[in-house]
Design a protein around this ligand. Structure first.
Ligand code: ARG
Length: 585
């Protein structure tokens, strides 16, 4: 379905042609939400700029536009205000018909993409033998919400986990484990990730201080790259160990990813360097092979190269990303490449994209974007840390959210004198806790840092997951109380919008498709949160001001339709954020 703004725009374009001739057909009607709801719903600001072009007073232009505007099925008679604004007020009958139409549609009036694309989203992407940290959590949550939204629009989304599973660190780790814990390299499950992270630290220390060890570690890297069986096997065991640990988090958060780690691109790296050489883009600098692109400088203002092959012949993070760009475009046929990482990597991606572009690897019809996000801060405003100063383990962080949500629920049950089964409490606590973490992250503009606060994210009031889930559960409460069969309600029943609260709610419900379209473009899931928050507020006002179950027919059914449509919108919106609704909580 076209959004209201799109429908209005089409009418204005017709009016411009009729009033000023073909050449004005594409003039922008400059439609905006009314600055003051007393003036109506929309305002057209085009008369001012058209007046300049046509050399006539804007108010006269505005009247000419109105004379040619055929809009009576959508709006009341337009009014001219001030220097030449045209104010538009939507007719209740029009809103009623629109609401009926979206209520009858399982997609709630949201169109699928006209040209579905293959879209590669690179997100989560933690590193083997290291702890998954809050940065990876943000990437996971934001990437998943973007993926879900684009999938809903009908795009073919590749959810790529670009795991850090390759590089010199494995030589170091394997060499160290051979010494201190050899069974870890031959037996599955001999270590857990906590041990692995500690061994990694110790190995690094050895590597930095012991020349002989350094050499052994280098030899392990050579063996790994050459495919020596025992080293490969050891490497695979280490990866499996970490992978299992990551999977626990993904299962908890209901995240689907396809692993395609750095090692996947290993065979493709020599060709990247070779092709750059043939293109004449490679420069040797201190023995390293580099590409210089305009616009990148270091702190001293000197040109900053992108290194693609180190002095020792090894490839690096950037080489792998160049290979991945090519693979996603050539083999996956992706038309949009999205990378979700912290903003600290903005320069890396800008440089990789610039080199790929200079090499001619990014065709005109392919879009490549970095989707950066800010830091997670502790309540003291500093980078989130545990009391002992370590980075917070994700498992602990999520578990804590669940424990607190469960406790909140138990307290509420006591106050409300309710008795629920253990299973109910465990399930609600889990869903609310995890949703709260996701929602707290997604509701911020991703570019900003945000303060991680259990108290804020678990609050029943405000722009939080519990508030949203509660609004949904409240509608389901009405369904149970009135024994309403929502599924069979919508067919044929008339929607009646009389009171202000109903009109306000209906107008908001009709804006969801615009929000989803905007997110498709700018990849800002916080738009969905903001929309849902306002929806819950408007629904609550409606619910306070309008009787639902006790009102007379046909108003009763009409109001039930509004309740159901609100719930379905909440459910869909939350689903796009990776949050499951609860029928009761
Ligand atoms: N493993 C990297 C890290 O932990 C993130 C990888 C992001 N994706 C990419 N294609 N570089 O920082």
């Amino acid at each position: 379905m076209n959004s209201i703004a799109q429908q209005l725009k089409a009418r204005f374009e017709k009016a411009f042609t009729a009033a000023f001739g073909e050449s004005y057909a594409g003039a922008d009607p400059m439609l905006a939400a009314a600055s003051n709801p007393n003036f109506g719903d929309f305002q057209c600001n085009a008369a001012m700029s058209l007046g300049k072009k046509l050399g006539k007073p804007p108010r006269a232009i505005a009247s000419t536009i109105i004379e040619n505007l055929d809009i009576s099925d959508i709006c009341e008679t337009p009014e001219i205000a001030g220097p030449g604004f045209i104010n538009l007020k939507l007719k209740p009958a029009y809103l009623e018909a629109q609401i009926s139409a979206i209520a009858a549609d399982s997609r709630l009036g949201i169109e699928s993409a006209k040209t579905p694309q293959t879209i590669a989203i690179d997100f989560s992407s933690p590193n083997i033998a290291k702890e998954m940290h809050v940065g990876h959590l943000r990437s996971t949550i934001i990437g998943d919400a973007i993926a879900r939204t684009l999938e809903f629009q009908g795009h073919d989304v590749l959810r790529i986990n670009h795991i850090g599973d390759w590089g010199t660190q494995f030589g170091m780790l394997i060499a160290y484990l051979r010494e201190v814990h050899p069974e870890a390299l031959t037996t599955a499950d001999a270590l857990d990730l906590g041990d692995l992270v500690a061994f990694y630290r110790q190995a690094k220390q050895r590597f930095d201080t012991d020349e002989t060890f350094k050499e052994t570690a280098r030899q392990e890297v050579v063996k790994l790259q050459a495919g020596a069986e025992d080293t490969r096997h050891a490497w695979k065991l280490l990866c499996d160990q970490s992978r299992r640990e990551f999977q626990v988090i993904y299962d908890l958060l209901d995240i689907k990813l396809t692993e395609r780690g750095e090692s996947f691109y290993n065979p493709l790296l020599p060709a990247v360097v070779e092709d750059l050489t043939n293109l004449g883009l490679l420069v040797e600098s201190d023995g390293a092979k580099c590409v210089f692109v305009d616009g990148f400088t270091n702190k001293e203002g000197e040109p900053l190269p992108l290194i693609v092959q180190k002095t020792d012949g090894g490839y690096n993070y950037a080489t792998t990303d160049l290979a991945a760009v090519r693979y996603r475009i050539q083999k996956d046929n992706a038309k949009r490449l999205i990378y979700v990482t912290d903003s600290g990597q903005a320069n890396h991606f800008a440089q990789v994209f610039a080199v790929a572009r200079k090499a001619g690897w990014i065709p005109e019809d392919v879009e490549i974007v970095h989707v950066p996000f800010g830091l997670v801060l502790g309540e003291d405003g500093k980078r989130a840390k545990t009391r002992s100063g370590d980075t917070v383990r994700l498992r602990d962080l999520l578990d804590e959210a669940i424990v607190r949500a469960t406790k909140d629920l138990e307290d509420r049950l006591v106050t409300e004198e309710r008795h629920e089964t253990k299973e109910f409490i465990a399930n609600v606590g889990r869903v609310v806790g995890l949703s709260a973490v996701k929602y707290a992250d997604l509701s911020q503009n991703r570019a900003s840092n945000y303060v991680f606060s259990y108290d804020k994210m678990l609050a029943l009031q405000g722009n939080t997951a519990p508030y949203m889930l509660y609004a949904y559960a409240r509608v389901q409460g009405i369904r149970r109380k009135g024994e309403i069969d929502f599924e069979n309600l919508d067919a044929g029943a008339k929607v009646i919008l009389q009171s202000d609260a109903e009109l306000v709610l209906a107008k908001h419900l009709l804006q969801f498709n615009e929000v989803i379209n905007a997110v498709e473009g700018d990849l800002l899931p916080n738009r969905i949160c903001q929309y849902l928050f306002e929806l819950s507020q408007k629904y609550n006002q409606f619910f306070e001001q309008c009787q639902v179950l006790k009102s007379e027919e046909p108003l009763r059914t009409s109001r039930l339709i509004l309740c159901d449509l609100t719930a379905r919108t909440l459910k869909l919106g939350l689903e796009l954020l990776g949050i499951k609704v609860l029928e009761r909580m």
